[in-house]
Design a protein around this ligand. Structure first.
Ligand code: ADP
Length: 270
């Protein structure tokens, strides 16, 4: 590297450091606000199914001599406890994601394995709704990062595609290499997302139609997990949707290992 490059890199360092420190404080405050918000939301979201299970248990006790009612309440208890289980699992997943950097020890992640795991994850649900899950794409495509995280992200997208599709439809999962990235697309023919809601669906706990989720068991955390995984891998996630026709979610991940810039690392002086 020439001397000129060194000067160009080192000269603005002082101001950059001050900016970086100010940035750090702003970021800390923001992180703290997000954390407080998250805890408040988690408490609220947990109270709902716990409260419902309690009410249903009381109803079962009161209806002891009405087998049909007992059966009906017990079924709803099952749904609520499944919902609670998923919620707890996703909250754990999300906080684990925030704690560790998968790219400290990136490994090769084969996308065909990721797709197979994702399809497996939703197979029972898809079968119950008569939904055909189809995978297609380039063989031997690999990205770098965490197998668990990439699988969790794709599994969430496939699970959503199945959950928000009508009986008998088709969900297509494809992979392809484009420029320096791998693109994983999940295409459904489901209910779609209203244009006015599309910017909000990646927010934690955001659900387009909360009433519907009482029955589908949605938590509103799945897409936050996907977004987080995309970010830690240096990629992104996008969505295209037409209400009533279907949605396509595309997760784009770099083909080569992603380096997270470390704020504490010394300036490059070579
Ligand atoms: P949830 O657990 O509720 O599915 P997500 O964070 O995964 O939470 O998704 C947020 C919201 O985005 C969902 O509640 C749903 O309204 C909408 N959504 C996600 N995926 C799809 C899809 N494939 N088709 C239609 N709506 C979707």
């Amino acid at each position: 590297t020439t001397a000129r490059t060194v000067v160009a890199r080192v000269a603005p360092l002082g101001s950059r450091l001050i900016l970086a420190l100010a940035d750090d404080r702003t970021r800390e405050r923001r992180v703290e606000a997000v954390r407080r918000d998250f805890v408040a939301n988690v408490s609220h979201e947990l109270k709902t199914p716990v409260g419902a299970i309690r009410l249903l248990a009381e109803a079962v006790t009161d209806a002891a001599d009405d087998p049909e009612a007992v059966h009906r309440f017990a079924r709803r208890m099952l749904i609520e406890s499944d919902r609670l289980g998923t919620l707890v699992q996703q909250i754990i997943e999300l906080s684990r994601l925030q704690g560790d950097d998968p790219l400290e020890k990136p490994v090769r992640v084969r996308l065909d394995e990721v797709l197979a795991a994702a399809v497996d994850f939703s197979a029972t649900e898809a079968e119950a709704k008569g939904i055909t899950l189809v995978t297609a794409g380039e063989e031997d495509l690999e990205v770098f990062g965490s197998l668990d995280q990439v699988s969790a992200a794709v599994s969430n997208l496939v699970a959503n595609a199945v959950a928000y599709s009508e009986v008998g439809s088709r969900v297509l999962v494809t992979t392809r290499a484009q420029d320096e990235t791998a693109q994983i697309s999940v295409v459904d023919q489901g209910i779609g997302i209203p244009a006015r809601e599309i910017d909000r669906i990646f927010e934690r706990f955001y659900r387009v139609d909360p009433a519907r989720h009482r029955s589908t068991g949605g938590t509103g955390l799945g897409l936050s997990i996907v977004k987080h995984v995309a970010a830690t891998h240096g990629g992104d996630v996008s969505v295209w949707s037409v209400e009533g026709q279907g949605s396509t979610f595309t997760l784009t991940l770099p083909l080569s290992p992603h380096q997270t810039p470390s704020p504490s690392s010394p300036p490059n002086r070579d």
